[in-house]
Design a protein around this ligand. Structure first.
Ligand code: ADP
Ligand code: ADP
Ligand code: MG
Length: 461
């Protein structure tokens, strides 16, 4: 049965994105807002707005009970969780189900299976998908030393409950391991309430490549191709593109690799009876040409627009249709890729001050436009960026006939963006996109870190 009224349990640009998709499908909307978001763009666009609590996310966007009560009270028949906040909390999906609300996402069991990285690694292995060589949960420090010795340094310590780039630590040699383990355990416990840590081999020259999948209630699964998200800072994505390009490999080898990665993603989705939109993340070792499963994000992702731009598939509309019980609107052979798309995340941060958050009143907001440019944002002149949340202001996406064209358009778009009142990362992103190595496709996940060490960027060279 098609959805008739959706409760949006999120904020910022993704709330706006979901509200617009609902509007296009003729679905009524209710937006739950915190006290700090009463005047947000989403609050203006929603058919109805309910306040769900004070500014602090703990008391609003993270309160399962309050959100479910608000959804029921406003007569919604479904809940869209967006990304972040409760999107990957099985408990939230279960509470929605128990209240007869369709959760616009996967079944709670799929969230549970993929939300725990140790468990997800086991499931991927069972399905025959290569995972990064690594360990099970680490017990004692001695055990960790022995395991790391077997895997070979450098290694990464990772939190089983981790996400958003948090809880990852590189360890160069055995002398650093005991200290790093103690610090990591404490940090991970306070961030996620779960101390479990494991070891992965550190892939030195890595590309982050992920696959967008869609699965309907009948169990049909399709891949919408890969995205490359290798430009990162502190294990967090800054720039994402589709399709992935791997010029370090022979074209036929790259094509075979990309096909195998997509097959692995679809296989994993089948293995866990996945439903709705999801992303399977992999790491490609550019030295060996191997690929390994990293994790699965059981929700819509920040960078979903680049896939939409090259496939013409509206992923959020598909999420809503699937949650309403419709079969997939596309078969695998209907998915065709055209051109190239690149997205960059503009955040309210001061780059010179070490990316210090820069909340405040936006006094001027002139987004770029023109052919091939898409801006997903909740900002406008007069909007006050609250201190309480994530600093994402906008995602600027450029589509071009090929990668060079997309880069050219995106650089031009970034130059045309005018923001006053808060600091933004736009100039820094422009510098990144202007690097010859980026244009040639020769980079890895440490590219940004290295540039910064060389002093490249605004205020630098
Ligand atoms: P991806 O979707 O590529 O995995 P992230 O892991 O950065 O990218 O996206 C999820 C992150 O987005 C969460 O860790 C959270 O900090 C952040 N987030 C959550 N809700 C919002 C929101 N409404 N607007 C912007 N950022 C958010
Ligand atoms: P999160 O849940 O925080 O997103 P991921 O496992 O997806 O964690 O990893 C985030 C990023 O950290 C990757 O995109 C990659 O840049 C880096 N990373 C993760 N695992 C490895 C690894 N084994 N070797 C090298 N880099 C890694
Ligand atoms: Mg990840």
């Amino acid at each position: 049965m098609a959805l008739s009224r959706v409760f949006v349990a999120n904020r910022g640009e993704i709330a706006v994105r979901v509200l617009r998709a609902c509007g296009e499908l003729g679905i009524e909307t209710v937006l739950g807002v915190s006290e700090a978001d009463r005047h947000s763009l989403g609050a203006r666009l929603a058919d109805r707005v309910v306040c769900i609590g004070p500014a602090s996310a703990d008391q609003s966007y993270l309160r399962i009970e309050a959100l479910v009560v608000a959804a029921i009270g406003t007569g919604a028949d479904a809940v869209h969780p967006g990304y972040g906040f409760l999107a990957e909390r099985a408990e939230f999906a279960r509470a929605c189900e128990a209240a007869d609300l369709a959760f616009v996402g996967p079944p709670p069991d799929a969230i549970d299976q993929m939300g725990d990285k140790l468990r997800a690694r086991k499931i991927a292995e069972r399905a025959g998908i290569p995972v990064v060589p690594g360990s099970q949960e680490i017990g004692t420090g001695e055990e960790a030393l022995a395991l790391a010795e077997g895997i070979g340094y450098p290694i990464l310590l990772k939190a089983s409950a981790g996400g958003g780039g948090r809880g990852i630590k590189v360890v160069a040699g055995p002398e650093e391991l005991p200290g790093a383990l103690a610090v990591a355990t404490a940090e991970v416990m306070s961030a996620f309430g779960d101390p479990r840590i494991y070891i992965e081999r550190y892939v030195a020259s890595a590309r982050h490549i992920e696959v967008q999948v869609l699965a309907d209630e009948l169990g049909n699964v399709i891949s919408l191709g890969e995205r490359d998200c290798s430009l990162q800072r502190r294990y967090q994505k800054l720039v994402e593109e589709a399709p992935a390009v791997l010029p370090s490999m022979a074209p036929t080898d790259a094509a075979v690799l990309q096909e195998r990665i997509q097959e692995a993603a679809v296989l994993l989705a089948h293995e866990i009876s996945y439903r709705n939109a999801g992303t399977v993340e992999f790491i490609v070792d550019q030295d060996s040409g191997e690929f390994f499963f990293l994790e699965m994000n059981t929700r819509i992702q920040v960078e979903h627009p680049v896939t939409e731009e090259i496939t013409g598939v509206d992923l959020v509309a598909e999420q809503l249709r699937i949650a309403g019980g419709s079969p997939l609107g596309y078969a695998q052979q209907d998915v065709a890729v055209r051109g190239h798309a690149i997205e960059c995340r503009i955040t309210a941060e001061n780059v010179e001050a070490g990316f210090r958050p820069s909340p405040g009143l936006i006094t001027e907001w002139l987004p770029p436009g023109g052919p091939g440019i898409r801006v997903d944002t909740h900002c406008y002149a007069g909007y006050e960026v609250p201190v309480h949340y994530d600093s994402l202001l906008a995602k600027v996406v450029a589509r071009g006939r090929d990668r060079d064209h997309a880069i050219q358009r995106l650089r031009n778009a970034l130059s045309g963006l005018r923001v006053a009142g808060v600091d933004t990362t736009a100039a820094f992103l422009h510098t990144l996109l202007s690097q010859p190595a980026f244009a040639e496709g020769r980079y890895d996940t440490r590219f940004v870190e290295r540039l910064q060490a060389e002093g490249v960027g605004p205020g630098g060279g």
